[in-house]
Design a protein around this ligand. Structure first.
Ligand code: HEM
Length: 336
């Protein structure tokens, strides 16, 4: 997903997954180091990690070094993107279907009609572009990666579901399997959509969240939360509650997300399906997530059979993102 999120955000494919040669991409590895160090900040007392940061030792030292590498990579991409954008604008070239979020911000800044001028300011400042690119890469890389891993495991463990996914792909997308399916085509895959939703319900990539009360507040349950009090809620548990999902909450059942005749997906409110959070600060990448997840899952499943290696035990890891503790060991073979 690192390749895919960089392509969406920066319009640049690092080819981290290339099979031809082992890529040496220090910034991609730096990103992993940063993630580890940030998790450490969540579990250590604030004064401790701040002291480590000041002394530049331990995890904080690792974070600092990794950040410098990743920051250099992002600034370079923003600079190159701006050069190519300016050149194209100057020569009035069109982009022939190219799309990435950096270009979209630059174009919006150039057209700059919106109220308050925030986008204009964003598109003109390299630092703000760097921050935005980082925010989007951080939000979209591991979340979509783990969605796919849990989905592939659930599908491999439920042959009936796998069969229905393959039938749907065949019925809607025809014979040529060796290509990426477009967004319009993916919209027809309502059963696969239900399967992705089920994976996200049972294994939400962001398993817990917290909110801080700006003022003293009484919750619908009658509990009082004092000003600055923090409420921690488990999205993982909410996806498994009988009161919310019924007695078969533990079953991986894509039909849950389909109309009775199976022809379309039903709307389930975000306050029930909390995986992307709800309200004003809910996830902005929900639609992109479904496009990416369905694109990769359909291409993999219709071309390859993915089988979990016998004896491999699957369990979630304790982290801010719901990775599999020991990864997923699979045997992959080409479908006839
Ligand atoms: C399975 C995939 C994803 C899940 C489960 C997910 C989940 C979430 C959650 C729970 C939040 C709320 C965080 C909070 O308020 O503390 C959030 C925010 C956000 N997400 Fe996602 N996300 C996913 C993919 C993406 C992608 C692909 C992008 C963009 C490319 C993205 C962009 C964002 C942004 C920008 C925010 C901040 C919104 C705001 O504060 O106004 N997300 N996401």
């Amino acid at each position: 997903m690192f390749d895919s999120i960089c392509t969406t955000v920066l319009g640049f494919d690092p080819n981290y997954l290339t099979v031809d040669l082992l890529p040496d991409l220090p910034y991609a590895e730096a990103y992993d180091d940063m993630e580890e160090a940030v998790f450490y900040r969540h579990i250590m007392p604030e004064f401790w990690w701040k002291l480590q940061r000041w002394l530049r030792v331990g995890e904080e030292r690792k974070l600092h070094e990794a950040w410098e590498k990743f920051d250099g990579f992002l600034y370079e991409r923003v600079k190159l993107k701006r050069q190519s954008f300016n050149r194209k604008t100057e020569h009035k070239e069109t982009e022939h279907g190219e799309f990435d979020l950096l270009t979209a911000f630059m174009r919006a800044a150039e057209d700059g009609e919106e109220e308050g001028g925030e986008i204009r300011e964003l598109g003109k400042s390299d630092k703000l572009m760097r921050d935005t690119a980082f925010n989007l890469i951080a939000a979209g890389r591991d979340t979509v990666t783990v969605t796919l891993v849990w989905l592939l495991w659930l599908v491999a463990s439920n042959p009936e579901v796998e069969k229905k996914i393959l039938e749907e792909i065949k019925a809607n997308l025809g014979g040529n399997r060796w290509r990426f399916f477009g967004v319009e085509e993916l919209n027809k895959l309502v059963y696969l959509h239900g399967a992705v939703c089920e994976a996200l319900r049972l294994y939400p990539p962001v398993p817990f969240e917290h909110r801080t009360a700006a003022e003293t507040e009484t919750l619908p349950s009658g509990h009082t939360v004092r000003k600055n009090g923090r409420v921690l809620f488990s999205i993982y548990s909410m996806g498994r509650m009988e009161e919310i999902w019924g007695g078969d909450w533990m079953v991986f059942r894509p039909e849950r997300w389909l109309s009775p005749d199976g022809s379309k997906n039903v709307h389930i409110p975000s306050y029930k399906f909390m995986t992307f959070a709800a309200g004003p600060r809910a996830c902005l990448g929900k639609k992109i997530t479904f496009v990416h997840a369905k694109q990769v899952a359909s291409a993999v499943l219709c071309n390859y059979k993915v089988e979990v290696v016998e004896g491999h035990r699957v369990s979630p890891a304790v982290s801010i993102v719901l990775f599999m503790k020991d990864g997923l060991n699979v045997r992959v073979s080409r479908r006839k």
